[in-house]
Write a protein that binds this ligand. Structure first.
Ligand code: BDR
Ligand code: CA
Length: 328
């Protein structure tokens, strides 16, 4: 029997963030020790509200939630992406309000505390802008030696961006923070649009969630209805990309990359057309990606297997673990 690893999740909850959170709660390989929120899809405060409510619905209200940065390191929060995630961030789905409230510590303080509590074993999964992670690096310069892995959903290596032609949302919302995180003295696994846009959840998968007796799975299916409408314009059918849950599954180790070179990566923090671009040095492509001295960023470009069946199968285990409640 494998002992679950301790996880810190940093998110901007967000429909696909909700999927990632539920996935980590359902995974037998993960034990979520704390969650920090950051402004991105919604404000950090709305993200915290959504996170608390989801945790309560999943009977996991013992997991502490810390409010993180409202604004990026430079500039101000731009108001989020209601056309993708809905005004409330979770596709207009209304959840019962949890009794729990946010922790007294900030998200960055929580990450530092957990890194000291679980030295050498804490896994960090960042699925929103990287402001809190950059702040934690400032608070505790030894952070890289304390955590065992850092997995970031973000960037576009060879694929186009989703905010600008070259910039992906999580990086674009706070390029300065992303640059600090990629330059820190740790190995980062980057899960960019190259692989998340190629991992698609279909209507049949959504129907499986809606048909579950777990209320958590049902509400995820309901939220996905909103998300699918946004992605219909991109894929030409009702379905969605799976950004954040894929990063969670790769961090857990339940999903394996087939191509994931370790390369040098930087972030464009200029004010020009390239702002927010992740510049991954993939020039080793034609030589089968030979090792690069000093490279620290593992860029996931493809997977061994289709991710959607594993995601749905894992989420449906909430049916057995959670409290089934009647629909309606
Ligand atoms: C990322 O941006 C957000 O909209 C999603 O939650 C995901 O983390 C995809 O670019
Ligand atoms: Ca997110």
């Amino acid at each position: 029997m494998t002992t679950p690893s301790p996880f810190y999740l940093d998110c901007d909850t967000g429909i696909d963030d909700a999927l990632a959170l539920a996935y980590l709660l359902a995974s037998p390989f993960a034990c979520v020790k704390g969650i920090g929120t950051v402004s991105g899809n919604v404000s950090a405060a709305v993200g915290a509200r959504n996170t608390l409510d989801l945790l309560a619905l999943a009977s996991s209200d013992d997991v502490p939630v810390a409010l993180g940065a409202h604004d990026p390191l430079a500039g101000s929060f731009n108001g989020g992406a209601p056309w993708v995630h809905g005004e409330n961030g979770i596709g207009g789905v209304s959840l019962p309000t949890a009794a729990a409230s946010v922790a007294e510590e900030s998200a960055a303080e929580m990450l530092v505390r957990l890194a000291h509590s679980y030295p050498g074993t804490l896994r960090v999964v960042a699925i929103g802008p990287l402001t809190n992670i950059a702040e934690a690096l400032r608070l505790e310069p030894a952070l890289p030696s304390l955590v065992v892995s850092v997995t970031v959903m973000g960037g576009a290596a060879l694929a186009p961006g989703n905010i600008t032609p070259v910039a992906e949302a999580n990086i674009w919302h706070d390029p300065e923070a992303a640059a600090l995180v990629l330059a820190a003295d740790w190995d980062v696994t980057l899960v960019p649009l190259d692989v998340t846009m190629a991992s698609v959840l279909e209507e049949t998968h959504r129907q499986s969630l809606l048909a579950s007796s777990s209320r958590v799975a049902q509400v995820l299916g309901e939220m996905l209805g909103y998300y699918f409408r946004f992605y219909e314009d991109i894929y030409g059918r009702p379905c969605s990309a799976m950004h954040d849950p894929l990063a969670a599954a790769l961090a857990v180790g339940a999903v394996k990359a087939s191509v994931a070179p370790v390369v040098r990566a930087a972030v464009d923090t200029s004010e020009g057309a390239g702002r927010g671009q992740t510049i991954c040095d993939l020039r080793g492509l034609y030589a089968g990606y030979p090792p690069v001295a000093g490279a620290r960023c593992r860029v996931v470009l493809s997977l061994e297997e289709d991710f959607a069946p594993h995601l749905v199968e894992t989420l449906l285990t909430l049916e057995r673990a959670g409290q089934p409640v009647p629909v309606g």
